[in-house]
Design a binder for this molecule. Structure first.
Ligand code: BEZ
Length: 221
């Protein structure tokens, strides 16, 4: 991500009106995990499917202690009208999360959510499909940056949340295509001495041609 809010940095101290009132973004992120996600525009087809889908996943986010915060560059009035469409397209999934309004794009820029290519009918720049995961310390842990043409996969969002939350509890990392319940790798910074204390359940060291014992697999919960 060029410029803007980067991994490890505090969430920008910005505020805006939303569908549930005025929100100070950093305060909203305090004391828990937060997903902040943006959309190119209200009353657009892919966005309508995405906002419904993320509302349908709300119980999964609640189980993980994660709050949601949407952003679209249109007005609160537009958002409130659009929510009716979203809830009709995805029945049984009420839009319970706030959606920030950002007609002048200030929040979108501060949160590194602009799309350099997409423009609205009046030639004004649009937000991308950004999705930022913010940790309980209010720092950026992970970002997706998708263009308007590609709707997001919310199963992948849950998967990376599970990885982030596990890695915040243990000195581990999750390998390629990892799914919850599968083995994890012990972080390279952990010596075998330390690993004996941290992982009393033991681990398996994968034998590699280099002979270097760096790929150590274990299970954690
Ligand atoms: C959509 O939501 O359908 C959309 C928005 C911007 C660009 C392309 C598609």
């Amino acid at each position: 991500m060029g410029g803007g809010w980067a991994l490890g940095e505090l969430v920008p101290d910005v505020e805006a009106d939303s569908t549930v009132g005025h929100i100070k973004v950093r305060d909203y992120c305090k004391d828990g995990w937060t997903i902040i996600f943006s959309h190119p525009g209200d009353y657009t087809p892919v966005c309508t499917t995405e906002l419904g889908k993320i509302a349908a996943y709300n119980p999964e986010f609640e189980n993980r202690g994660v709050k949601l915060l949407g952003l679209s560059t249109d007005s609160v009035e537009d958002h409130l009208g659009w929510i009716e469409d979203i809830e009709t397209y995805t029945p049984g999934a009420p839009v319970l999360y706030p959606i920030l309004a950002d007609p002048d794009r200030k929040i979108t820029v501060a949160l590194n959510m602009m799309d350099p290519d997409e423009k609205d009918a009046n030639g004004k720049p649009l937000a991308s499909r950004a999705l930022h995961i913010v940790g309980p310390d209010c720092r950026l842990k992970l970002s997706f940056l998708y263009p308007g043409t590609t709707g997001r996969n919310f199963d992948e969002v849950l998967r990376v949340l599970d990885s982030l939350q596990l890695a915040s509890k243990h000195k581990i990392a999750t390998p390629a295509n990892w799914q919850p319940g599968e083995p994890v790798v012990i972080s390279p910074s952990v010596s075998n001495e330390e690993a004996k204390e941290l992982f009393p359940q033991g681990w398996e060291t994968f034998k590699l041609p280099s002979g270097q014992p760096y790929l150590r697999m274990t299970f954690v919960e």
